[in-house]
Write a protein that binds this ligand. Structure first.
Ligand code: BGC
Length: 352
């Protein structure tokens, strides 16, 4: 009899293992993680970090990338809902494009965390975890101000601006943070924008694409700088756009290399920083963000109080979303070793 019971237990365990290995029926909670694209280095890291850390915390994970295509992301999120995810973590391609899926999540009482990018115009967003986006912009603007010594130097300096995707709520915040620092100098004429392109809508880059940023920079250089005048600073909101601007300068520009800003510390851009082609970047440690989101997922599923540190800043048009803002960090050729290599974020050979 004892043998029979032990045998039954063993086969039950085997069945459990099989079911567990397939994810289905494992008794584990499942988390849907929807990422925008594999085209950019950072989202690959975000997705991989989330998957590893969620699995380590005991969850099944449904991780999907949407090739920067809004319709694909919508159907992926809908599938996550119909496949029984218990929590959704979403980095949207366009903040307002997923509302019909969010309505379905609400109907099934599936909590939603907006990841890095705020989900807009929907009341069905429970939490938001990101880096302080406005602060990213002020770090970039302050770097420009300090490097050109805008308070002391006579100037004028030529400035051009390349911002991010209008469908991404972050893009406007990065732009605004930097612009607020630089506006007094633009108003006084110490910073001159020869292209005249200054409003966000004029300097935005669809889908944050390197090629788009490059095309626009090439146009600006041939239309406004072919007389031999220098661009002193090119304010770029992130690394993918900075790469486009750097490529355009490499091909079309003979003047003194400008101060170029960025964000993310992508490997290609860190290499450019070390070669003196990009001046700085803003480091957002994707491991920190993933840790925070995994913590929030667990708190939600356990019905515990969820850890947030900002309940005012992120109004998505329908609700103010309780948020956790991680801290962005200034990076350049002087401190990259400490913040990127010593911290284990990259290996030295990644950026050699
Ligand atoms: C992120 C940036 C990233 C950009 C392009 C933004 O929402 O916050 O880190 O560079 O998207 O992917």
């Amino acid at each position: 009899m004892k043998k029979l019971i032990a045998g039954l237990m063993l086969s039950a365990m085997a069945v459990g293992c099989l079911a567990g290995c397939n994810g289905a029926g494992s008794g584990k909670k499942k988390v849907g993680v929807s990422m925008p694209t594999k085209d950019l280095q950072r989202w690959n890291q975000d997705g991989a970090n989330m998957e590893t850390k969620l699995k380590a915390a005991g969850y099944d994970v449904d991780l999907q990338y949407a090739s920067n295509d809004v319709a694909t992301q919508l159907s992926q999120v809908e599938n996550m809902i119909s496949n029984g995810c218990n929590v959704l973590v979403i980095a949207a391609i366009e903040g307002s494009s997923l509302n019909s899926a969010l309505d379905k999540a609400e109907a099934k009482k599936i909590p939603v965390i907006a990841y890095d990018r705020l989900l807009m115009d929907s009341a069905t967003v429970d939490y938001y975890a990101t880096f302080d986006n406005y602060k990213v912009g002020t770090i970039q603007g302050t770097y420009v101000k300090d490097t050109l010594k805008l308070d002391e130097a006579a100037g004028p300096f030529n400035l051009e601006i390349t911002a991010g995707d209008p469908g991404d709520n972050n893009a406007g915040l990065f732009y605004q943070g930097a612009y607020d620092v630089l506006k007094p100098y633009i108003d006084s004429g110490k910073l001159v924008i020869k292209s005249g392109q200054v409003e966000f809508s004029k300097v935005a880059t669809a889908k944050w694409k390197t090629e788009e940023a490059q095309k626009r920079a090439e146009n600006i250089l041939s239309s406004f700088y072919s007389d031999g005048s220098n661009v002193d600073v090119w304010l770029c909101s992130n690394d993918s756009t900075a790469l486009g601007v750097t490529n355009a300068l490499g091909a079309n520009y003979k003047g003194k290399y400008p101060v170029i800003t960025g964000q993310d510390c992508d490997k290609a851009n860190v290499k450019n920083m070390l070669e003196g082609k990009q001046s700085m970047s803003v480091f957002k440690d994707t491991r920190t963000l993933a840790d925070q989101v995994v913590k929030m997922v667990t708190q939600i599923l356990k019905g515990e109080k969820v850890d947030v540190n900002d309940t005012k800043s992120y109004n998505n048009g329908k609700v103010v979303v309780p948020s956790y803002l991680c801290d962005p960090v200034f990076a350049d050729a002087n401190n990259y070793k400490q913040i990127l290599i010593d911290s284990g974020y990259y290996k030295a050979e990644d950026i050699a």
